[in-house]
Design a protein around this ligand. Structure first.
Ligand code: SAM
Ligand code: MD0
Ligand code: SF4
Length: 345
């Protein structure tokens, strides 16, 4: 019996034990796990991979997350792009062949004004002019704000808990309420938005914390599930933490694929840049995120400028690497058909 079949027959306690075992695999055993996950991706998605364009349009933030470069108490250079410029970048990305646009900001008080009036209008314009599905990552939203974004045509709401261990959460997002953040995702789901949940690894979590998170992601019915290895940020309280390699992140990707074979699992270019892509795809990812137009003055979140202006984080470069793995970017309509399918589940 393969691992996926085994999982589907297990009760909660057995499942957790098996997750813990898989997370700690290394070397050839880990490779075996990743191979099985990649086979499952192939079973459900063929040789097709989805590509997400990333537009981090304001790096101003009212929050003070301990892991983040853009926390409000870090005295860094910040930018806020005008809506005209954001639309322009979105169109460029769409033209380059991405399947979705991820509109991301810090919790910028300026753009949060009047219940995001300007951003709502911008979202409508972007949908109209590009015809692409849109994800928003604006931080916490109230029910009314979520409904307004849904009415503006938004498809996805991304809001990452980072961990589902409340004590650890208090050390990471120390100035934000745990339950409010979880509830925003449940509300979004009820309103008909698709939800992306995510965790950080390398922030002092235990394997058991990770196992709990993976089960929690299923419980809240997230349709996209991400893990990112923590990248220490200059000027932040966690800057001296030793950075972890990507082994655990790749094991988590593989276990997510076994637990939830049909969900979207990103390989983010925002952790190790373009050189980290293969390993994550080989572990079972089926979405490449953090594709950024070169020389646009737009940044990543965990890796502000890595590979961006060199053109490493482009559709072209990603497609070249996918080809080496006998994979290729999906078509626009394949991605849109996938969304129709999960909406009707
Ligand atoms: N400000 C919004 C928020 O925090 O929800 C949207 C930005 S969101 C895309 C930022 C995400 O990037 C965080 O939730 C976290 O998972 C990830 N991130 C931030 N800083 C990071 C770091 N230093 N290393 C790895 N991931 C990081
Ligand atoms: C990424 N830098 O995809 C982006 C970001 C926000 N929805 C995503 C963390 O890696
Ligand atoms: Fe702000 Fe998001 Fe960074 Fe937290 S993770 S400080 S909410 S930009």
């Amino acid at each position: 019996m393969n691992l996926q079949e085994l999982f589907s027959k297990m009760d909660g306690k057995e499942k957790k034990k098996e997750i813990l075992r898989l997370l700690s695999l290394r070397d050839e055993e880990a490779e075996g796990l990743h191979r099985e996950a990649a086979q499952l991706r192939e079973k459900y998605f063929g040789n097709k991979v989805f590509l997400y364009g990333f537009v981090y349009f304001s790096t101003y933030c009212r929050n003070d997350c301990n892991f983040c470069y853009y926390r409000k108490s870090n005295p860094i250079h910040r930018y806020r792009k005008t809506t005209a410029e954001i639309l322009q970048r979105a169109k460029e990305l769409a033209g380059s062949g991405v399947h979705l646009l991820d509109l991301t900001m810090g919790e910028d008080p300026e753009y949060r004004k009047e219940d995001f009036r300007e951003i709502l209008k911008l979202t409508e314009d972007i949908k109209k002019e590009t015809g692409l599905p849109v994800m928003i990552s604006p931080g916490f939203l109230t029910e009314d704000q979520l409904a307004a974004f849904r009415n503006a045509g938004v498809d996805w709401y991304a809001l990452y808990q980072e961990t589902h261990n409340r004590e650890l959460y208090r050390k990471l997002r120390w100035d934000q309420d745990y339950d409010q953040r979880m509830e925003a995702k449940e509300t979004a789901g009820k309103l008909g938005l698709l939800v992306e949940e995510g965790i950080l690894t390398g922030v002092g979590e235990s394997l058991e914390d990770i196992a709990d998170s993976l089960l929690e992601m299923g419980r809240i019915r997230a349709r996209q599930m991400r893990v990112m290895t923590f990248v220490p940020q200059p000027g932040s309280p966690m800057e001296d933490r030793t950075p972890a390699d990507s082994q655990l992140e790749r094991n988590i990707i593989a276990v997510l694929r076994l637990l939830y074979p049909q969900v979207l699992i990103p390989a983010s270019l925002d952790v190790e840049g373009i050189n980290g892509l293969k390993g994550r795809i080989l572990a079972g990812s089926n979405v490449v995120t953090s594709i950024i137009p070169p020389c646009s003055g737009l940044a990543g979140v965990a890796q502000m400028d890595k590979d961006v202006d060199e053109g490493g984080r482009t559709v072209e470069e990603v497609s070249r690497i996918l080809k080496e793995l006998d994979l290729s970017p999906a078509t626009r309509s394949e991605y849109q058909d996938y969304l129709v399918g999960i909406r009707h589940e």
